[in-house]
Design a protein around this ligand. Structure first.
Ligand code: PHE
Length: 345
């Protein structure tokens, strides 16, 4: 091909490429148009090697000019396309300050949390301190120091969920909040006036009254001269603060870490002992256990039981909103998370 022919082809390619580039409808399209122009000009350039040396400069100039023209046109097209994209985005993302907001609903604390906090408030009002403890416990705090010797049948009653850590059956999800009695006696200066609400775990199958995860609140008092009278009086004040005009009932019972021990019930706040559905016609509602701190527990914690005495009680938190709201099923309260139900409480 002669130099003249190559120069003419360069002009043709230039004209087609400029149309192509100027007509690109998008940045991607422009990119493709530029690639086509480069390929076509490269194709023309290949012919230079057949042109006599003294005529090559002319062809080179024509190709260089075509390249520059295409580059300039592409540059101009690119800034047009970018400006259009920017103004489109500005239009799309414009905040319409006059449009109405979407309605939002304000929730409330879960009924168990409400009860948990109400219980804390009552005890704080009585001058107690609130503590929280670990949910994963060791055998010493959950059982041994609480006077459950290895192999004692009272351990079996707790349906423990063990954690596969260290020696077998040495690490567990706490079966009650009582291990915090030990932790406080080990670490706090005396006297102790403490409440410990928290999550507790047992190997129970979920049903209307059981859940493998539940909540308890523990109370521990250690001071000089504490008697059963202080325990009874404290529970009485506490029940009245929680339920209004009720009576507390104590039935002899057994816990390894208290002596004497009692089961704790309140007269039914709905029927005042007449019998109703809430209290299963008994007039009383079982809440938990209590007693005087056993001297063996004091010994395990290095406290002199000749000098100090104390009481403890513990009970389930979940029962309370269940009863107060007459919810038939623990699962509905704790696990279903159905807002249509919870928003009524
Ligand atoms: N920890 C006992 C339980 O879970 C309750 C309890 C607490 C009993 C404190 C006596 C004193 O059943």
């Amino acid at each position: 091909m002669s130099a003249d022919e190559l120069i003419r082809r360069a002009a043709d390619v230039r004209a087609v490429a400029l149309d192509d580039v100027r007509g690109a409808g998008s940045l991607d399209g422009l990119h493709d148009a530029e690639r086509r122009a480069k390929a076509a000009l490269a194709d023309v350039k290949k012919g230079i090697k057949d042109v006599p040396g003294d005529q090559r400069a002319g062809v080179g100039q024509a190709l260089g000019a075509a390249e520059a023209a295409v580059r300039d046109a592409a540059e101009a097209r690119r800034s047009d396309l970018e400006a259009a994209a920017r103004s489109g985005a500005a239009e799309r993302e414009r905040l319409d300050l006059s449009s109405l907001g979407r309605d939002y609903r304000r929730g409330h604390l879960h009924p168990v949390t409400q009860t948990w906090r109400a219980l804390e408030d009552i005890f704080v009002g009585l001058g107690y301190s609130v503590f929280y403890g670990p949910e994963v416990e060791d055998d010493w705090h959950n059982f041994e120091a609480l006077n459950f010797p290895p192999g004692h049948p009272a351990r079996a009653m707790q349906d423990t969920l063990y954690v596969d850590l260290g020696e077998p059956e040495q690490v567990m999800l706490r079966t009650h909040t009582s291990p915090m009695q030990i932790r406080l006696m080990e670490t706090q200066p005396l006297p102790i006036y403490a409440v410990i609400p928290g999550r507790t775990f047992r190997r129970d199958t979920m049903d209307a009254r059981h859940s493998p995860v539940f909540h308890q609140i523990e109370c521990l008092v250690i001071d000089k001269g504490i008697t059963l009278g202080h325990l009874f009086g404290t529970i009485d004040v506490f029940f009245r603060a929680l339920f209004g005009d009720v009576e507390a009932r104590f039935l002899p019972s057994f816990f390894p870490f208290t002596e004497p021990s009692a089961e704790l019930a309140t007269s039914c706040p709905f029927c005042h002992k007449a019998g109703c559905r809430v209290c299963s016609q008994t007039g009383w509602i079982e809440l938990g256990g209590c007693g005087m701190v056993d001297p063996n527990v004091f010994a395990a914690c290095g406290i002199d039981s000749e000098e100090y005495s104390g009481f403890a009680f513990g009970f389930g938190i979940d029962r309370i909103p269940l009863l107060v709201n007459q919810v038939p099923d623990l699962k509905t309260l704790l696990w279903d998370n159905d807002v249509r139900f919870l928003e009524q409480l």
